[in-house]
Design a protein around this ligand. Structure first.
Ligand code: NAD
Length: 492
């Protein structure tokens, strides 16, 4: 399958409550395909009563699931993995249909989700706890315990991958999971929910509630919800973090990004050209790891011409997908105009690219390169979230690092160079949670945790990988004594 297949009928997208698929009773939400601008599905927001009932059922289910041994819980997730592999074409098509990604990108996102799932599957062998005789006849041990009901609010840009960062880990650890997908891309959630049910997940352990702000708030405010994971824009990440923590709940909220790449004259032009162009055009720039600012240090014309060459080859509709909404295309077009008005020149203007044949109603913008962007202007500091890169010319590494450090976000940064000392300088001094050397999209692979710093993350710890275990569970310390000892100490 090379092309996204469109459904013959509207796809209905119910909520999953207590193991039953039920149509929400709240406001109707239409789902548009960025590929052709047509309505392809619809859902209804869960009302406050539906949220309450759903979370009550999740709470009940969490008690049995928590008491199920880890090794038994893991068996369900092994079957879930098999089903994801079996259905990967179908799920990829749904992801592309509603988010505008190419089929290859959608599939890669699901594979990354499966990688997280494999990490979760390994917990049964890795997370054995610890026990020690701390004084005569007295033993201390660690026991990892599920929290109960946990919630996850996810963004539009990775309808399968971002939820799959947390579903496998949170559920394998014994929690009941309440998921509020993006209202722009809720359709994929149904397929993931169906796969979990087919795998044998007990009713109520996965709950899916559709909707927007009100649904999110009702979930966060519910007393049974013990932890809130959020991925989305920084503005909303902060709101959700503050709301959840004001109720005394743990929250980890990943936000937006403005990722900088430092390009040095000794960088391999072919490697830099491919790595940087693919970073800002991949997923049409709609990913929190996309290159957004290129800090061009000294004479890097050879590398920039390779970036341009590669970007020109990245044709929309085949090698690059669509933009999520019409409004976002309009925002990007305006941002490009503003950058030019503020002194930038257009090395490549993606607005001139023709929409793919038959998909003229879709939301398209080709790769766009702005050169000579001034620090502090909109194109230099705002997360545009499209296939646009802003080149800022820098005298030296010091200036480049100053610009990188002054940005409010802190998701990713990269350097392209052949000089190890210069690369290390960026690794040490970049104000970002994930740093790459000659890598355009420095996403850590499992078991390394994903996450930024500064305004790209609100909360402590990480949402995936080893560092996520203490977020999605509690560690109980149990101290035991079974025999009366003659010697007493301060504990006995
Ligand atoms: P968004 O913040 O608009 O929405 C995210 C989720 O929050 C959605 O489910 C939405 O329904 C809900 N929501 C929106 N407004 C809300 C409010 N006021 N109160 C409560 N809930 C609300 O984000 P988006 O546009 O869907 O996704 C794109 C953003 O996500 C970008 O900024 C991108 O950088 C970021 N993102 C970050 C990461 C990361 O790991 N840091 C990963 C993917 C995407």
């Amino acid at each position: 399958m090379n092309k996204v297949e469109f459904p013959k009928e509207l796809i209905q997208c119910p909520n999953l409550i207590g193991g039953e698929w039920t149509q929400g009773q709240g406001d109707k939400i239409e789902v548009f395909s960025p590929y052709n601008g047509m309505v392809v599905g619809q859902t209804n927001a869960a009302t406050s009563e539906e949220v309450r009932v759903a979370i009550d059922k999740a709470h009940q289910a969490s008690k049995t699931w928590k008491a199920t041994p880890l090794k038994e819980r893991t068996q369900v997730m092994f079957r879930f993995r098999d089903i994801l592999h079996r259905d990967i074409e179908k799920i990829s098509n749904m992801v592309s249909l509603e988010s505008g990604k190419t089929l290859g990108e959608s599939k890669a996102g699901i594979m990354k989700g499966i990688e997280v799932l494999e990490f979760a599957l390994s917990l049964q062998n890795l997370d054995g706890g610890g026990k020690m005789e701390v004084s005569r006849g007295v033993h201390c041990e660690y026991r990892r315990e599920a929290l109960g009901v946990v919630a996850s609010i996810t963004p539009f840009n990775f309808p399968a991958m971002v939820p799959m960062w947390t579903i496998p880990i949170a559920i394998t650890l014994g929690n009941a999971y309440v998921w509020k997908p993006s209202e722009k891309t809720p359709l994929t959630a149904t397929l993931i929910g169906q796969a979990l049910i087919e795998a044998g997940l007990p009713a109520g352990v996965m709950t899916i509630l559709n909707g927007q702000v009100e649904t999110t708030n009702n979930i966060i405010d519910n007393d049974h919800v013990m932890a809130v994971g959020f991925v989305g824009s920084s503005k909303v990440a902060k709101i959700v973090y503050q709301r959840a923590t004001s109720h005394g709940k743990r929250a980890l909220c990943l936000g937006g990004a403005k990722n900088h790449i430092v390009l040095l004259p000794d960088a391999d032009p072919a490697m830099a050209g491919t790595g940087i162009a693919d970073s800002f055009t991949g997923c049409a720039g709609q990913r929190c790891m996309a290159a957004s600012v290129l800090l061009a240090v000294g004479d890097v014309e050879a590398q920039i011409s390779k970036i341009k060459e590669r970007a020109q080859e990245t044709t929309i509709g085949t090698k690059m997908g669509a933009i999520i909404t019409k409004e976002q295309v309009e925002f990007l077009n305006k941002a490009i105009d503003e950058a030019v008005a503020e002194g930038a020149t257009l090395l490549l203007d993606g607005r001139k690219d023709q929409a793919p044949q038959g998909l003229e109603g879709g939301y398209w913008l080709g790769p766009t390169i702005l050169d000579g962007v001034k620090p502090g202007t909109q194109a230099a500091i705002t997360e545009l979230f499209g296939p646009v890169i802003s080149i800022i010319r820098c005298k030296n590494m010091t200036e480049a690092l100053e610009i990188e450090n002054s940005n409010q976000y802190g998701n990713a940064a990269s350097v392209f160079t052949n000089n190890g000392a210069m690369a290390e300088l960026v690794c040490q001094n970049a104000s970002a949670g994930m740093v790459g050397v000659n890598i355009g999209v420095p996403v850590p692979r499992e078991p390394f945790s994903f996450g930024g710093i500064n305004e790209s993350k609100f909360g402590y710890g990480d949402i995936t990988g080893e560092n996520s275990l203490n977020f999605w569970s509690d560690v109980k310390k149990v101290t035991t004594k079974w025999q009366m000892q003659n010697d007493h100490n301060w504990m006995s």
